[in-house]
Every structure is written in C-alpha cells, then in structure tokens.
Design a protein around this ligand. Structure first.
Ligand SMILES: Cc1cc2nc3c(=O)[nH]c(=O)nc-3n(C[C@H](O)[C@H](O)[C@H](O)COP(=O)(O)O)c2cc1C
Ligand code: SF4
Ligand code: SF4
Length: 260
C-alpha cells in the first residue's frame, strides 16, 4: 500500500463554505504536509498533476449539480489512481445528483474514490431578513467534517485495495433550469471601492468608464453572491424570488451525509 504523507485540498468556493469544510476534513486527516488548490479565482487551464496525494475535492451545488464553473476548473486535475474524498456542499435544500457527478468526474480524471459526503453551507441567497442555513457550516458541521477526515484516512489505511464507492444520485443527471438574466445590483451605498471585482470568480464585474460605479456582465455572472457577501458597505444585493421560497420551505435543519 502507498504510504501517503501529503493531503491536497482542492476547492471552488465563492462564499467560502466549501473551503471551510475541505479544511476541516484536512485537519481530521492530519497529515504533516497539506497543499491547497483554490480554484475559485483561478482561470488557468494548465493541467494540475496529482501523484501520491490524498486529495479532498469540495465544490458547491448549483441546481442539484456541481456548479458548472467548479466542474470545469476541477477538470484540470490529472491523477494516477490517487485516492479522493469527494464533497458536495449545498444550501440546505438538496444536493440531488451533484455528489454522483463529482464522483464520476473524479473517476474520469484518474482518481480512485475513497469516500464521499454532502455537507450544508449557508445558502448563497440567504439574507438577514430571510435566512437559509445561516452561519453554516457551524461548529457541529466542522466537527463532523473533522471526523469524516479521520474516518476516511482509517479506511484508506485498512484497505490496500479500495472497494468501489457508492454515493447518492441518479444518472442521467438533473437538467439545469433555463438561465435567467438577473444579476446582483448596487444601491447608492456603493463607493466603487472595487472589492467585489477582486472576489468575483468569473471576472463579471468591472469599473465603468468614469471609474465611479461598477458594471456587471450578465453573461459571465454565475450568481454565486460572493460580491454580495463581501461588499464592506452592504451595497450589493441580489433579489431573487427563490430566497423567499427557500426561506419558507427549506429552513428546517438538514444534516451532512457520509458515504464511506
Ligand atoms: C446558482 C446557485 C444555485 C444553487 N443551487 C442549490 C441547490 O440546488 N440546492 C441547494 O441546497 N443549494 C443550492 N445553492 C446554494 C449553495 O450550494 C450553497 O450556498 C453553498 O454553500 C455555496 O458554496 P460556497 O460557499 O463554497 O460558494 C445554490 C447557489 C447558487 C449560487
Ligand atoms: S464592494 Fe460594494 S462598495 Fe465596493 S464596488 Fe463593490 S458593490 Fe461597490
Ligand atoms: S458578479 Fe456574479 S459571478 Fe461575480 S461575484 Fe457577483 S454574483 Fe458572483
């Protein structure tokens, strides 16, 4: 059996919940060497070669699937049978086929799935008035992610040949809903500081020609709400009728699911 000494944490995480879960799993694994491959702002397309590294791949669920931009960036990874811990992070509604999609993609990329999990993160559309999984992952989620990391490592150590992993989900995957053209907007509180430009994973925001306001490219925007959550002035808002629906129908706390 290969003795692994390095953990690689790979994530795409505009509002940081997938990153926090990945890091807690990494803490649970507890290997001396830990590398982070943060794909959130990384638009490179050069291959990332993974050899003899226990790899954690975490990404958010968008519409019951892995966020398409995340999946596209994850496809830069090229592995040679390295074991992978696969994690879908969702906003307390459902993750439907996302974990299976991540699992199947990891196999195509040359990974050997070791374990899988679905964790809950504050919904990107959550607002103070209409919270949806606000504050998650909380300390209980982080503790579960830590234990999941420990248990995944134990499984790896106890199985020289990893058995096939089964995770929840269906193929063909859920179809995406038709794209709508709404994007976050700014109130008068916007001072054109440009912080949202730096946190936007798809470079959808730019300063206008006068340099006194920002403009959003509706085609590039993936509605991740990083700009909304990072604006220091609370000047960026995203109105969608989904927020109220999510708040009314999907506020009951859901818990993480583990596949070992
Ligand atoms: C466009 C979009 C679609 C989403 N679809 C779902 C969904 O189908 N189910 C769900 O429970 N949460 C959904 N979410 C919420 C995110 O999965 C959740 O907030 C996640 O924690 C975000 O991860 P991040 O913090 O790593 O960016 C969606 C969020 C966005 C922006
Ligand atoms: S971060 Fe907020 S204040 Fe700064 S440019 Fe963006 S919307 Fe305006
Ligand atoms: S402009 Fe769109 S893609 Fe960019 S951070 Fe805001 S919501 Fe995300």
């Amino acid at each position: 059996m290969t003795a692994y000494t390095t953990t690689r944490l790979v994530f795409f995480s505009p509002t940081h919940t997938s990153a926090r879960i990945a890091r807690a799993i990494g803490e649970g694994i507890g290997m001396g060497r830990r590398i982070e491959t943060d794909l959130t702002l990384d638009e490179e397309d050069t291959p990332i070669h993974v050899e003899n590294e226990l790899t954690v791949i975490a990404a958010p669920v968008y519409g019951g699937r892995i966020a398409p931009v995340a999946l596209q960036r994850i496809k830069r990874l090229k592995a040679q049978h390295s074991p992978a811990i696969l994690v879908a992070v969702y906003g307390n509604r459902d993750y439907e086929d996302a974990l299976l999609e991540l699992h199947n993609t990891a196999v195509e990329l040359g990974f050997t799935p070791l374990s899988g999990a679905a964790f809950i993160g504050e919904h990107s559309y959550s607002t103070p008035d209409m919270p949806v999984a606000a504050g998650r992952p909380d300390s209980s989620d982080i503790q579960k992610a830590f234990l999941f990391g420990q248990d995944s490592l134990k499984k790896l150590e106890n199985h020289p040949e990893l058995p096939a992993l089964t995770v929840k989900g269906n193929f063909p995957y859920k179809e995406f809903s038709p794209r709508n053209s709404s994007v976050p907007e700014c109130t008068d509180a916007c001072c054109a500081c440009g912080i949202c430009i730096e946190v936007c994973p798809t470079h959808a925001i730019r300063l206008n020609d006068g340099g006194d306001a920002i403009e959003t490219d509706t085609e590039r925007c993936i509605k991740c709400c990083a700009c909304v959550k990072e604006c220091p002035n609370g000047a960026r808002t995203y109105y969608t009728p989904f927020t109220q629906i999510l708040h009314e129908k999907f506020s009951a706390r859901r818990e993480s699911e583990i596949f070992l």
